[in-house]
Write a protein that binds this ligand. Structure first.
Ligand code: SF4
Length: 287
């Protein structure tokens, strides 16, 4: 078991400007070593340093509360628990969420990969949050293994079972986040739509890589950096076009009536971003 993070690690970062959540203050319950049950090919943290599915306390609730105080009065739209990996791995997630609600009195969100939703304790802790966004990048096993590279003890059947159980008990706002690295086949789109229709999330967020992936884990990658001014080495991932996102979003919405959001990127801007980021690859860290 890892020891609790020593000072001066800051478990609070941002605020981050997010197209999905607005102005968001980030809470990192994971700490200096990136830790997740997945190792997604596009992860903005870089290669996950510790891949595991065992829950433990990485950062004490008291430490987070101390780090939170300098940000008072929390002029943000939401406080989001995410950080350096999968937040539901934090054994103290429930006490962290309760503390945040009490101290900051702001809407509290959690971004999760959903791999621990089969655990009833995780579901009840997550239910404290006002909004939960669950990652769904795949509808077939080989896509799941290729993109999310989960541990072998996590498969799609269990994942869907946990997610459906959470939907049935959760009273807050449930969002599904789907990262598209390439256009989906007609068959995969149809499977996804049927699953979403059955699940009935409050909204769906389609995404495509807009942030470069660091070559190695970077704590700074938790926050916002313009891609042309990254303080670390990174590589760009090819996004799908806005048209691909829009076409899929329109199809989902027409069939299920679930609101679907996606980033309205401008192609030219994206090309500029990619060009600039290529330049940063040849530089050493500037911070
Ligand atoms: S689930 Fe999130 S933190 Fe974990 S590897 Fe994937 S993108 Fe990174």
């Amino acid at each position: 078991m890892r020891s609790i993070q020593p000072q001066p690690f800051s478990s609070v970062y941002g605020p981050v400007q997010s197209w999905r959540f607005g102005r968001s203050l980030g809470i990192d319950p994971i700490g200096l070593v990136s830790t997740c049950s997945f190792n997604c090919v596009y992860c903005q943290l870089g290669k996950i340093e510790c891949q595991c599915s065992d829950r433990q306390i990485f950062v004490s609730t008291q430490h987070i509360q101390q780090n939170l105080q300098p940000f008072a009065p929390w002029d943000v739209d939401v406080i989001t628990v995410s950080g350096s990996g999968e937040p539901t791995l934090a054994l103290n997630l429930g006490t962290i969420l309760t503390m945040l609600k009490t101290v900051a009195n702001k809407p509290i969100g959690v971004l999760t990969n959903g791999s621990l939703l089969t655990d009833a304790t995780v579901r009840s802790e997550l239910a404290i949050a006002d909004q939960v966004a669950v990652k769904v990048d795949a509808v077939v096993d080989n896509q799941f293994r290729r993109l999310n590279r989960s541990l072998t003890n996590c498969n799609l059947t269990q994942f869907w079972s946990g997610l459906q159980q959470f939907r049935q008990c959760y009273q807050g706002k449930l969002a599904i986040q789907t990262m598209m690295l390439s256009p989906w086949s007609d068959r995969d789109q149809a499977i996804y739509i049927a699953l979403m229709y059955a699940l009935q999330p409050d909204e769906i967020q389609l995404n495509t890589p807009t942030r470069p992936k660091p070559l190695n884990h970077q704590l700074e990658a938790r926050g916002n950096h313009h891609p042309s001014a990254l303080p670390y080495l990174a590589r760009c991932l090819k996004p799908v076009s806005v048209d691909v996102l829009k076409t899929f979003a329109d199809r989902i919405q027409a069939t299920t009536s679930i609101p679907v959001h996606y980033p309205h990127l401008l192609y030219n801007e994206l090309k500029d971003v990619q060009h600039d980021t290529h330049k940063t690859q040849s530089l050493s860290r500037t911070d």
